[in-house]
Design a protein around this ligand. Structure first.
Ligand code: GLN
Length: 542
């Protein structure tokens, strides 16, 4: 029967609860346990699909087409376990389901309430389908004390009782800040946060303390005393040199040992963390640095391109180099001479994106890469912009554009209105609902044998995750191919373009899907490994 670890946060947000959950999952997995990670988000949006990347960071897409919190990306990258729509829920989604049931009459006249109906739905979500797992790590978004988080805390409190002491462990992640003027680490915020948690009925078993320096024994004892936990269960989580070092660091501090002791498990094998040491070492000891211009829209927000950032690092690990992204807001290239900024970069990447703002700058960046023979990687929107670029400047279609920006003379990128999904024909119309209606999740693609992309994958049939509403218009395929841009991958029915490339260029590839979502530290995505290799070659040239 599955055991459960509940991770809550206190003091401030952004302490890295998602990474903590993922790293704990990885260490338990390294001890031989089968793990699953789940995230519960107290906000009212049904999913993060329509939330601005400025507010919420990246939207992580699962194989089964759910638009989820970016923490699921950490979970997958750290454990290799694919996530699904059953691993992320929000208040909005729970209420949508409950209200739909209420309207159907399913509650048979009962008054529908937060307790028990909402809390029951939360518990059911957490426990659903865990027959095949040893440990489920469930992370509650937000911090203790948030009004909207209350039903979630209440639900895990109840679950703690229902599961019994050896099947539930509560970890509270807090911050122990260093106050320069006092020259001291302060434990009071942690004490208050645990007090808040206890006031709603949850006694944490373990307090995990983020700190930028070693927490002295005395301070740990103080936290233990005031928070009513054993001293060994006050565990420091010091800032790590890189994220791949975190699992081994947690293990060295005894986090997994203490979790297992809460469960009453004494005979678990020591974890084999060799591969974590290897990847962390490789990351920390690169032989050179390649500079990649990432030309996007949300470049000020680190979290907006989380998976992309990590996939680039994985590509670096695969080639023994450090990847230094140069985040450039594409709008800058709308100024006449700004394009010179791209001189000297070793690769140009245009990531996924939405909307007209900055699109011309992305098209200009694609043109620069093509004309100056700099490796170019276009992902989703980045592929669409490269197609517009080639249509305009090689095929002579001056009025080429995407219907995403309004009607145009040559819609080389157009609205996707019908396609075959896993559950049958999907149909969309302009003006329909925006939430959850894109082409989402895993779709297969067939790659032309002999193409660069087939060579990179070492396969001609692949599956990758999608999240887009528009697609390259196949009516222009012939014109584009004559101009030098080949459609090298298509959907199995041959109707949708999936990848494009310019054979006559050192490395110019566009993909309609998001390969960054499936890249992992131990298994760098072939496209990122190959793109970074091309950037290394470019570095040797310049
Ligand atoms: N805006 C484009 C579309 O919807 C690209 C989406 C993306 O890059 N994820 O098709």
């Amino acid at each position: 029967m599955a055991r459960y670890v509940f991770i809550t946060g206190g003091v401030v947000s952004s302490l890295g609860k998602g990474l903590a959950a993922a790293a704990l999952g990885a260490v338990l997995q390294a001890r031989g346990f089968k793990v699953r990670l789940r995230k519960l988000d107290p906000y009212i949006n049904v999913d993060p699909g329509l939330m601005s990347p400025y507010q919420h960071g990246e939207v992580y897409v699962t194989d089964d087409g759910a638009e989820t919190d970016l923490d699921l990306g950490h979970y997958e990258r750290f454990t290799g376990v694919p996530t699904s729509r059953r691993d992320n829920v929000t208040t909005g989604k729970l209420y949508l389901d409950i209200i739909t049931k209420e309207r159907r009459g399913d509650y048979l006249g009962a008054t529908v309430q937060v307790i028990p109906h909402v809390t029951d739905a939360i518990k059911a979500f957490i426990r659903d389908g865990n027959e095949d797992v040893d440990v489920v790590v469930a992370e509650i978004g937000g911090t203790v004390g948030d009004i909207e988080g209350l039903p979630f805390f209440e639900a895990i409190r109840q679950l703690g009782n229902e599961l019994g002491r050896e099947r539930a462990a509560f970890i509270h992640l807090t911050l122990v800040p260093y106050i320069t003027s006092a020259g001291e680490l302060k434990t009071k915020p942690t004490q208050h946060s645990v007090k808040e948690l206890r006031s709603i009925g949850i006694q944490p078993d373990i307090v995990l303390c983020r700190s930028d320096r070693e927490i002295p024994e005395d301070e740990r004892r103080k936290i233990a005393l005031f928070c009513n936990v054993r001293p060994a269960r006050v565990i420091q989580a010091l800032d790590a040199s890189n994220i791949y070092a975190v699992p081994a660091q947690y293990h060295a501090e005894g986090l997994d040992r203490e979790v297992l002791s809460v469960f009453g498990i004494k005979d678990a094998p020591e974890p084999d963390l060799t591969h974590w040491h290897q990847v962390s070492h490789a990351y920390a000891h690169p032989e050179g640095t390649v500079r990649i211009a990432v030309v996007g829209k949300y470049v000020e927000i680190q979290d907006a391109y989380k998976s992309l950032r990590e996939a680039l690092d994985h590509g670096g690990i695969a080639n023994n180099v450090h990847v230094e992204p140069e985040w450039i807001a594409s709008e800058v290239f709308e100024a006449p001479d700004a394009i010179h900024r791209l001189e000297g970069v070793h690769g140009i990447l245009v990531p996924g994106g939405f909307g007209e703002r900055g699109a011309e700058g992305k098209i200009a960046a694609a043109r620069f890469a093509r004309e100056h023979l700099v490796p170019y990687f276009g992902i989703c929107f980045g592929m669409q912009m490269a197609v517009i670029e080639v249509a305009r400047h090689l095929a002579g279609l001056d009025g080429a554009s995407s219907t995403e920006f309004g009607p145009c003379e040559h819609p080389v990128v157009g609205l996707l209105t019908e396609w075959m999904g896993p559950a049958g024909l999907e149909i969309r119309r302009a003006g329909g609902d925006l939430g959850g209606t894109m082409r989402l999740g895993a779709y297969e693609a067939v790659l032309r044998s002999g193409s660069r992309i087939a060579e990179i994958y070492g396969a001609t049939r692949i599956s990758e995750r999608h999240r887009h509403r528009y697609e390259v218009n196949m009516e222009y395929r012939g014109v584009l191919e004559d101009a030098g841009l080949k459609v090298s991958g298509v959907s199995p029915d041959g109707l949708l373009p999936e990848t494009v490339e310019i054979p006559d260029h050192p490395w110019f590839v566009g993909v309609q899907f998001h390969p960054e979502l499936k890249s992992r530290p131990f298994d760098p995505h072939p496209l990122f490994a190959s793109f970074i290799k091309a950037a290394v070659d470019q570095m040797r040239l310049v």
